[in-house]
Ligand binder design. Sequence first.
Ligand SMILES: *[C@@H]1O[C@H](CO)[C@@H](O)[C@H](O)[C@H]1NC(C)=O
Ligand SMILES: *[C@@H]1O[C@H](CO)[C@@H](O)[C@H](O)[C@H]1NC(C)=O
Ligand SMILES: *[C@@H]1O[C@H](CO)[C@@H](O)[C@H](O)[C@H]1NC(C)=O
Ligand SMILES: *[C@@H]1O[C@H](CO)[C@@H](O)[C@H](O)[C@H]1NC(C)=O
Ligand SMILES: *[C@@H]1O[C@H](CO)[C@@H](O)[C@H](O)[C@H]1NC(C)=O
Ligand SMILES: *[C@@H]1O[C@H](CO)[C@@H](O)[C@H](O)[C@H]1NC(C)=O
Ligand SMILES: *[C@@H]1O[C@H](CO)[C@@H](O)[C@H](O)[C@H]1NC(C)=O
Ligand SMILES: *[C@@H]1O[C@H](CO)[C@@H](O)[C@H](O)[C@H]1NC(C)=O
Ligand SMILES: *[C@@H]1O[C@H](CO)[C@@H](O)[C@H](O)[C@H]1NC(C)=O
Ligand SMILES: *[C@@H]1O[C@H](CO)[C@@H](O)[C@H](O)[C@H]1NC(C)=O
Length: 554
Amino acid sequence: MASLSKILLLSTFSCATFIPSSQAVSGRAAEVRDDPAPVSDRAAAVKEAFEHAWNGYYTYAFPDDELRSVSNVGINTRNGWGATAVDALSTAIVMEETDIVQEILNHIYQIDYTQTDTTCSLFETTIRYIGGMLSGYDLLTGPYSYLGFNQSDAFPLLNQSMVLADTLSFAFNTPTGIPYNNLNITAQTSPDDPVNGLATIGTLILEWQRLSDLTGDPKYGDYVAKGESYLLNPSPPSGEPFPGLLGQDVSINTGEIIDTFGGWIGGDDSFYEYLLKAYVYDSSRFSNYLDRWLLAADSSIQHLASTPPTGPQNLTYLAEFNNTTLILESQHLACFDGGSYILGGLVLKNQTFTDFGLDLVAGCRNTYTSTATHIMPDSFGWDPNNVPADQASFYAANGFYYTNAGYYLRPEYLESVYYAYRATSNTTYQDWAWEAFVAINSTTRTPTGFSEISNVTDPTGGDKLDVQDSFFLAEVLKYLYLIFDDAAPVGVAADGVETWVFNTEAQYVFLFPFLLFSLGLCFLITLTLIDGADADLFDSPLKVVTPQNCTTAN
Ligand SMILES: *[C@@H]1O[C@H](CO)[C@@H](O)[C@H](O)[C@H]1NC(C)=O
Ligand SMILES: *[C@@H]1O[C@H](CO)[C@@H](O)[C@H](O)[C@H]1NC(C)=O
Ligand SMILES: *[C@@H]1O[C@H](CO)[C@@H](O)[C@H](O)[C@H]1NC(C)=O
Ligand SMILES: *[C@@H]1O[C@H](CO)[C@@H](O)[C@H](O)[C@H]1NC(C)=O
Ligand SMILES: *[C@@H]1O[C@H](CO)[C@@H](O)[C@H](O)[C@H]1NC(C)=O
Ligand SMILES: *[C@@H]1O[C@H](CO)[C@@H](O)[C@H](O)[C@H]1NC(C)=O
Ligand SMILES: *[C@@H]1O[C@H](CO)[C@@H](O)[C@H](O)[C@H]1NC(C)=O
Ligand SMILES: *[C@@H]1O[C@H](CO)[C@@H](O)[C@H](O)[C@H]1NC(C)=O
Ligand SMILES: *[C@@H]1O[C@H](CO)[C@@H](O)[C@H](O)[C@H]1NC(C)=O
Ligand SMILES: *[C@@H]1O[C@H](CO)[C@@H](O)[C@H](O)[C@H]1NC(C)=O
């Protein structure tokens, strides 16, 4: 059994890698587009914003990680490997920006992932770098092979992902297998912090499992699954105040959850996101992840859903908790929650979840449309006993007050609007996305890019904070573009039969069973070719004979 699955994995890998660029891996939601349809004016406007952001980065910051978009210099925030370039690759592919794709590929080929002067976050490195490279690999060898990049263009994306994952893998060498998050790559050591967090442990499985499934080496997925097992079987009971809802801090030495505070907020957020998405990725292998998502989703509807006593009627927010006491606060980061419920509603065919998700999206929209800039503050509250005196009338009118007025170019609201639009085809959600885009474009734009701002309740946005985050290109502009480009070859499927999921950085993760299915024919051919060839796979991909019929069967 084990060796058969290894052969299956290898054949999937080799077909995906060596498929001719004139033939695409295609599927119901991933059709070959030889003759791209013209995009809408709105999609073109988003593309213009992407070019603006990229050109500023490329001119003033490349190959540093991010652009200081006011002072026009580069800054290394993510180990100096060119985070914005790697993170933006899949967006450039989806927008068919082939020159930018080539620039990014040329860069990725020569990154040395074994060296960095700064502390490396396992989580951030996974979602941006490994996620970005695997996404580019799957897109260029699959639905976007019509862009004309060949196997030798795409192959280093996979190879570099392995180099990076191998470099990081010492992080899992702990008493429990729960990884350290903060790493000294060069020395292969971690500062002795015995605590890791829910999100930083629970947001690795998609990327590392995908790497295992593409390379046929199960070790990557196995590393992550071991640490995650403590989150799937949490202890002690105090660490799970409501069924499925966990505290935030986890002991690396014992696997115990050591506090009682949490929510769908930063520090926890993408742990819940990945419970569902791991199930979507492989429903048989990760069915226990779905069980945990269902517990959390039901508990949140029952215990965390909260309506402010003031403001527009029927606003729905999700509260935070400390033990079973609710804290009536939330964050921009949490606004992915609507999208998670909608995706759950689609794949489980459960309208209750979809409708609740749409309510959460509407709640987040209220925090956008209510401010002077029409952009949401980074965090907000709605506790009638905690309203700041100078925000009393704002609270009465709008049903929330800000606790941090900044906007840090975050994507989560637009991410959820994207799911809302795909699930309903209701063009109101396109309008919601457009109004947010116009606001972001007019308030955060600089002559060379886009910048975080300090105060969304001031009509000017307050100060420009001189940072253009890589996720603005990876996520904000990708979700916006996909909302307006209905002809894109890949999109969330309204019937719930998904062929890929986004990681938490809006990087594509193509489904393992889907590839196996669509490459079934390829599998048979490859079995004969692969015999003894796996040792050579990583040295010389072009030596392997290309199977001629590796197209999908549907
Ligand atoms: C990594 O460890 C080496 C050797 O101890 C040390 O010189 C270097 O400063 C450390 N790097 C970081 C980012 O802490
Ligand atoms: C693949 O494309 C690159 C340019 O993108 C080119 O240099 C190379 O020769 C191509 N390889 C094959 C086998 O077509
Ligand atoms: C608010 O929700 C209640 C219960 O779902 C519904 O009866 C009522 O019509 C809603 N009011 C508005 C203004 O949407
Ligand atoms: C949660 O409650 C505990 C016990 O009352 C307290 O020590 C801790 O500071 C609280 N945590 C937060 C984030 O409020
Ligand atoms: C959490 O709250 C419950 C119910 O009020 C209480 O029984 C329990 O002791 C609390 N747990 C902690 C760790 O404070
Ligand atoms: C949908 O989910 C809700 C909440 O978990 C549950 O009560 C309901 O039974 C589910 N409906 C279906 C059709 O599965
Ligand atoms: C479209 O969505 C908006 C916002 O949720 C809603 O008010 C409207 O009723 C929806 N339209 C249809 C036709 O469902
Ligand atoms: C974005 O801002 C630029 C510069 O002000 C402007 O030219 C462009 O029309 C704006 N786009 C949208 C959609 O408002
Ligand atoms: C934000 O701007 C508003 C309007 O100018 C001002 O009243 C408020 O004090 C500012 N808040 C912060 C945190 O700067
Ligand atoms: C893949 O990476 C290894 C280093 O781990 C390197 O030796 C090898 O040449 C690379 N292969 C290709 C085809 O890039």
